[in-house]
Design a protein around this ligand. Structure first.
Ligand code: PA5
Length: 449
């Protein structure tokens, strides 16, 4: 397995009896998943996706990426939540958080439509001045406000720069196969279109065109990603925590929740993992946080955050556990130089590899946090390769579905996300009687504060 879930450091927190008590719930979750009898069973397309994806569309994704690489300095991926986090995570994890600043023969990639900030959009438009650009708007529903507004702005820019016809050749649309405004726009303008399948929800969609087009534009081998995901799908089939580490992880986090550990901190010692953290937080937060249940997903990059959040992890409320992703292979080697004058007193590190120091920071932190009563699950990951990324995505998706079923929620809906939208649309004066009534209610409420 490219990811190994190690429970060695849980022995003071979790007993064999605790684990045994959860086996029936795990077996029920497994049955509901494979027999499609659980809640949200119309959103299980991700489960077989690594084997059963649309090969023709996959070839079109690669062709589109080649065109974009040949005619664009900048590629803008417009989307929010599940429609951008996986792609950004892949590019930073496999390539680098510095991807745009590195020597390369692929376009710079920026993500837009994930905020409603004027400044953010205006600054990005400034970066695009004088550059050749292509845009990929990604929205399963085709109705989401943040990407919708950003797309309007970029469409105007492209049409002014290239004219309507050429602009349409630089707009790539990833959306539902038949429904929504984006699909209508694509059909009317003859834009290249990719599909997010009906049975794959936003946060489970990174291995569809939703994630794969931006990832391919970055020059990443998407065949290798799918191969890694396929390996995971084949290896992680059995309902046995000795043989299926995704199930083991799902079970352990529920055992810890039952012991009052209501927050999970995903930690990694590689900054390249930062957007994997963001992707993971959306996946678990939206999948589990409902019906008054769920583990609150937080994240850190160590050792950076040991100097900001380390104090509260060590000595704050004891309602947290950590899951550390330990990446076994570093992409680079840096040797710490000797200083004849030893001005900083750090000659004890001269000639040492930086990864050696990072590894010792990890071990030191692990034992400090265990002393501080913070249980640690360790997920050992082989490397930052394409294959391991694909494996990891599938591992976390599977563990999330199983964990949600153990928890007793539907891991594939997100009804709570609508609440802010209803208020926002009402306040913005969106037409409709319901919006007008809600606006009047909100205005009264605002006056009462
Ligand atoms: O997981 C989900 O379904 C959501 O987080 C969506 O990905 C997000 O809201 C974006 O939706 P859409 O792709 O419809 O614009």
């Amino acid at each position: 397995m490219a990811i190994r879930c190690k429970s060695d450091y849980l022995k003071n927190f979790v007993s064999d009896a605790d684990i045994k008590a959860y086996i029936p719930a795990l077996e029920k979750a497994h049955k509901d998943l494979v027999e499609k009898t659980g809640a949200g069973n119309d959103f299980l397309g991700w489960y077989d996706l690594p084997e059963n994806y649309d090969k023709q569309e996959f070839a079109r994704i690669k062709k589109a990426a080649d065109k974009i690489k040949s005619d664009s300095d900048i590629f803008i991926a417009i989307g929010i939540g599940g429609s951008y986090l996986g792609a950004r995570a892949a590019i930073e994890f496999i390539k680098s958080p510095y991807y745009n600043n590195m020597k390369k023969d692929t376009p710079d990639i920026y993500f837009a439509g994930n905020t409603i900030s004027s400044s953010s959009l205006a600054e990005l438009l400034e970066i695009c001045e004088g550059k050749d650009i292509s845009v990929n708007v990604i929205s399963k529903s085709g109705t989401t406000t943040e990407p919708g507004v950003a797309f309007r702005v970029f469409r105007e820019l492209l049409e002014k720069k290239y004219g309507k016809e050429e602009a349409a050749k630089r707009i790539y649309i990833t959306t539902d196969k038949a429904r929504g405004n984006l699909k209508k726009f694509a059909d009317a303008n003859g834009c290249e279109t990719f599909v997010i399948p009906d049975d794959v929800g936003g946060r489970y969609s990174v291995l569809t065109a939703c994630g794969l087009l931006p990832i391919a534009v970055a020059g990443i081998d998407i065949d290798a990603i799918m191969e890694g995901a396929q390996t995971a799908a084949r290896e992680l089939k059995v309902c046995d925590i000795e043989k299926n580490d995704a199930y083991k992880y799902a079970l352990l986090r529920n055992v810890l929740l039952n012991k009052g550990k209501v927050m999970e901190i995903m930690a990694c010692y590689e900054p390249a993992f930062q957007y994997m953290n963001e992707w993971w937080k959306q996946l678990y937060g939206e999948s589990e946080g409902k019906d008054g249940k769920g583990i609150f997903p937080c994240s850190v990059i160590y050792s950076t955050d040991l100097h900001s959040l380390g104090q509260i992890v060590q000595e704050g409320q004891r309602n947290i556990f950590e899951t550390v992703v330990d990446i076994k292979k570093s992409n680079h080697t840096v040797i710490i130089p000797n200083d004849a004058e030893n001005i900083d007193g750090m000659n004890f590190l001269s000639g040492k590899e930086l990864t050696f120091v990072n590894q010792n920071a990890y071990m030191g932190t692990l034992f400090a946090h265990l002393d501080g009563d913070v249980p640690n699950i360790i997920l050992e990951l082989d490397s930052r390769s394409e294959k391991d990324y694909g494996y990891m995505v599938y591992f976390f998706e599977l563990a999330c579905a199983i964990s949600g079923y153990i928890l007793g929620v539907n891991p594939f809906n997100q009804p709570g996300v609508e609440a802010y939208k209803k208020n926002m649309f009402a306040l913005l004066g969106k037409p409709g009687d319901e919006n007008a009534a809600r606006k009047a209610e909100l205005e009264k409420l605002m006056k009462s504060f």
